[in-house]
Design a protein around this ligand. Structure first.
Ligand SMILES: Nc1nc2c(c(=O)[nH]1)N[C@@H](CN(C=O)c1ccc(C(=O)N[C@@H](CCC(=O)O)C(=O)O)cc1)CN2
Ligand code: GAR
Length: 185
């Protein structure tokens, strides 16, 4: 059974989708480990509620955060690492030694790269009067948002789409896209 660790900076909404899918038997995975760089992240509270071991790893807790993350992935025997709204670059040792998967809130290769995260993505999409946006699940390499695309799902923007309304739609679409992607990995 695939052992998947979660790495998140805030809510980890993708983690919630995977956890529901494993509990209802839709996905044959285990999630034994949750890591956040943010000690007040909601993802940690959810991990505690689900009874899942969780750790804060950042430059204050560890001299080399990536080394600590790699140590935890090995200790918990996780071959997969899912980035659920993680806002830092994952080091090359991790991306090379583990199967790292990310969910990006846009249709890569557009609207990706440094600075393209969270609301900044939706702001750019709307500023450019795009007719569509979507979600991309992709493998993670040493660069931001350049790994092999696993699955994309598209949505059509309303004429009066706002950043808030697009963010909400993307997060809803993300929930199903993440689970479908893990079925095919
Ligand atoms: N090696 C990789 N690491 C990460 C990837 C990746 O594809 N390869 N994806 C990101 C997630 N992400 C987009 O999907 C992303 C997150 C954050 C940024 C960014 O510009 N971050 C800022 C710092 C923001 C902060 O500190 O809050 C920066 O680097 O200056 C871009 C894309 C996760 N890691
Ligand atoms: N480029 C990475 C990126 O923007 N990731 C996005 O951050 C959000 C985190 O939301 P959450 O903290 O509520 O899960 C998610 O929508 C995810 O796609």
């Amino acid at each position: 059974m695939k052992r998947v660790a979660i790495l998140a900076s805030y809510n980890g909404s993708g983690f919630d989708a995977l956890h529901v899918a494993l509990k209802n038997g839709e996905l044959s995975i285990e999630i034994p480990l949750v890591i956040s760089n943010n000690s007040s992240a909601k993802v940690l509270k959810n991990a505690i509620n689900y009874g899942i071991d969780n750790f804060v790893v950042n430059s204050k807790t560890d001299q080399n955060p990536d080394e600590k993350i790699e140590e935890l992935l090995n200790e918990y025997q996780c071959e997969y690492l899912f980035l659920s709204g993680y806002m830092k670059k994952v080091g090359i040792n991790i991306s090379k030694n583990f199967k790292v998967i990310n969910s990006h809130p846009a249709l890569l290769p557009n609207y990706g790269g440094k600075g393209m995260y969270g609301r900044f993505v939706h702001e750019a999409v709307i500023k450019n009067s795009e007719k569509t946006s979507g979600v991309t699940i992709h493998e993670v390499n040493e660069n931001y948002d350049e790994g092999k695309i696993i699955l994309q799902k598209e949505l059509i923007l309303d004429k009066d789409e706002s950043v808030d309304s697009l963010e909400k739609k993307i997060k809803e679409l993300e929930q199903i896209t993440i689970v479908e992607a893990f079925k095919n990995i």
